[in-house]
Design a protein around this ligand. Sequence first.
Ligand code: SF4
Length: 334
Amino acid sequence: MKEARLWTTAGDKVECQLCNHYCKIREGRKGLCQVRKNEAGRLYSLNYGKLIAAHIDPIEKKPLFHFLPGSRSYSIAASGCNFRCAWCQNWDISQLSDRNDPDRLALTTPEKVVGTALQSGCKSISYTYTEPTIFYEYARDVSVLAREAGLRNVWVSNGYMSAEMLDEYMPLIDAINVDIKAFDDTVYRKYAGAHLQPILDNCVTLKKAGVWLEVTTLLIPGVNDNEAQVVGLAEFVAEKLGTDTPWHVSRYYPQAQFREIEATPAETILNALKTGKDSGLQFVYTGNLGQHENTVCPSCGELFIGRSALWNNPNKIQDGACPKCGTKIAGVWE
Ligand code: SF4
């Protein structure tokens, strides 16, 4: 166990201040994420360095389309999550079980993670697959070493981190993809046991701080695909985060507890693509559809990043600008 950061004493409990649940935890009990425990009045992280996944991924898989395109990212996760989304694609590692109990996993040091990333030619380390907020102490230690070694830090997150955590960690994040799961607090409460507004606020904070931000939404029939939510989300991204913020609209396939719901019709994704563009967004991409993944100049339509295959990524952008008309393209290109 590693003593946690960001907690305080609250009467006979400790209050975890890592995410917006702000769990108040009794002696001997764990928080909602099941990986932070009150031991004798102090809060401990139970999953520090207990990696349940470590892979070399194309950065496009995060998905980040405007951040070091064509590069590889050493991608790690510890088990646990602060959400319980029934459609989770990584349910087997995000929800604790005997197989992924941190007590059964060996410690991987931050030095080892950074060394492996460098040896494998990665340009970044991604904290992903599960929710990185719940292995914050470890991610932070890796992030510090990664920066010293010239690597970038990438988060793939549900965006539910606390303001205290963002305040402390934001200088170390280079890029983040936030999964905004719905544009309706009722949906968040019902399926994730969380609230929408803190996530929207965090996106605005990250954008204002200059962290490269892309947004993903997995459209699920009957959950978050109605017009009001799709239009509301597209307008939020355009108006509050900026029309140059990439929005990835992904197709759902049956997962976890949601097997009775059929895959999202392609038409739903294509309609959302149009809604995003009608809202003024310059870069709307589809996911799990096999089309609309290329980056084209919003001014002249020149195709300059093709993504017909994740590892085959011709990138014609020049000094962050369209090679044909010179329009500056938002992103981190070098
Ligand atoms: S990280 Fe969030 S869910 Fe986990 S104990 Fe802290 S406040 Fe609760």
